[in-house]
Design a protein around this ligand. Structure first.
Ligand code: GDP
Ligand code: MG
Length: 365
């Protein structure tokens, strides 16, 4: 019984949480107490359980793709700004604008991001406004946003979360486009907002700077088309390209358990084309693409760079910001997963006793 085992371990001055690994010599002592003989699994160095050490690595991130293989991809946009300045209203307005007559009534599926077409050009929006996802992804080096749209309410001006967003965008070296929102209001004062922006080092173009800025009303829809024009144009200026051939690589933007579907995650494809049936590695777990579902709730066969898509087929719940990387075979995926899990276990063993105790206490609460 786990509690008995934990009690035995505490007697041996070993403080671990229920799922933590223990050292072989400790395991041997516990076995002995209960009349068992501890036998070590025969492991080669490197931790693999396989006889012949063969190195499995995930396919390389595309550092220098052949120029002729590169194709323009949609820009990935994050909307940031102070609470109540109109981020959700703007995201909804943009999402609705792409629903054409033929799709009217079509249900949009929340998968953490959506892709629209504007004048035949695709643009992808992360659906979670605010800094949480931005920070989570950056913490894992999964910095997939290309452009930050900073929403500032024209009647309110720069507020604490606006400043935070500016700070985030600057640190991450992102292109910022300012959308001065709520310009339909009597009390709107876009000039004041621009002055405040200039004071923060964001000189808008009409102030002689290089920050693109638009006056909009997300509520009425005014200026939203101009914003989309500008975003599509910026994508071309930034020359956002990716190779749709080769191994797919995607970034996790959301993950959850769903009854009957298991661990489900939304991803944005960064390069290659993600296809059903393909094995993959994601963090320390293997998986296989069982189904791909787009932002309209339709099952699709493949997803190209810049496309957000829901993936079914994860072994375990991945973390936001993790990379999903297509592997050559199930076998390779499983082997790499086993190696990564061994590494994680080895790292956990290195955790000093004090923090193990803290861990145990944390679990007890
Ligand atoms: P968020 O917290 O940034 O996501 O802000 P919301 O989109 O939830 O908007 C907060 C409030 O401002 C809501 O009551 C919206 O209806 C309102 N709002 C958003 N955009 C506009 C706009 O362009 N004009 C006006 N007058 N109100 C707006
Ligand atoms: Mg909101």
């Amino acid at each position: 019984k786990p509690f008995q085992l934990l009690a035995d371990l505490i007697k041996l001055q070993v403080f671990v949480a229920p799922h933590q690994a223990i050292e072989p010599d400790i395991a041997a002592q516990v076995c002995e107490q209960h009349g068992f003989t501890f036998e070590r699994e025969k492991r080669e160095k490197g931790g693999g359980v396989h006889k012949q050490e063969e190195v499995i690595a995930e396919p390389e991130a595309p550092a220098d793709e052949p120029e002729d293989q590169l194709k323009l991809r949609p820009p990935i946009i994050t909307i940031m700004g102070h609470v109540d300045h109109g981020k959700t209203t703007l995201l909804d307005r943009i999402r609705d604008s792409r629903i054409t007559a033929s799709e009217a009534g079509g249900i949009t599926q929340h998968i953490g991001a959506y892709k629209i077409e504007h004048d035949g050009k695709p643009v992808t929006f992360l659906d979670t406004p605010g800094h949480a996802i931005f920070s989570a992804m950056r913490a894992r080096g999964a910095d997939i946003t290309d452009i930050v749209v900073l929403v500032v309410a024209a009647n309110d001006g720069l507020m604490p979360q606006t400043l935070e967003a500016i700070d985030h965008a600057k640190k991450a070296n992102k292109t910022v486009i300012v959308a001065i929102n709520k310009c339909d209001l009597e009390s709107a004062n876009p000039m004041h907002v621009k002055t405040q922006l200039a004071e923060r080092g964001l000189q808008t173009t009409d102030f002689g700077g290089d920050v693109e800025c638009l006056e909009i009303s997300a509520l009425k829809g005014t200026g939203v088309d101009d914003l989309l024009d500008l975003l599509a144009l910026q994508a071309e200026v930034l020359e956002l390209k990716a190779n749709p051939k080769g191994h797919a690589r995607a970034s996790i933007i959301e993950a959850k358990y769903q009854q009957g579907r298991g661990a489900v995650a939304s991803v944005i494809v960064e390069s290659g084309t993600l296809k059903t049936g393909k094995p993959f590695i994601c963090g320390p777990f293997a998986g296989k693409v069982k189904a791909l579902i787009n932002d309209r709730g339709e099952t699709i066969k493949e997803a190209t760079p810049g496309t957000p898509v829901e993936v079914i087929g994860f072994e375990e719940l991945p973390r936001v910001g993790d990379s999903l990387v297509e592997m050559e075979s199930d076998r390779d995926a499983k082997k790499l997963a086993a190696e990564r899990q061994d590494e994680l276990r080895a790292e956990r063993l290195k955790v000093p006793q004090k923090s193990r105790m803290e861990d145990l206490l944390a679990h007890a609460n």
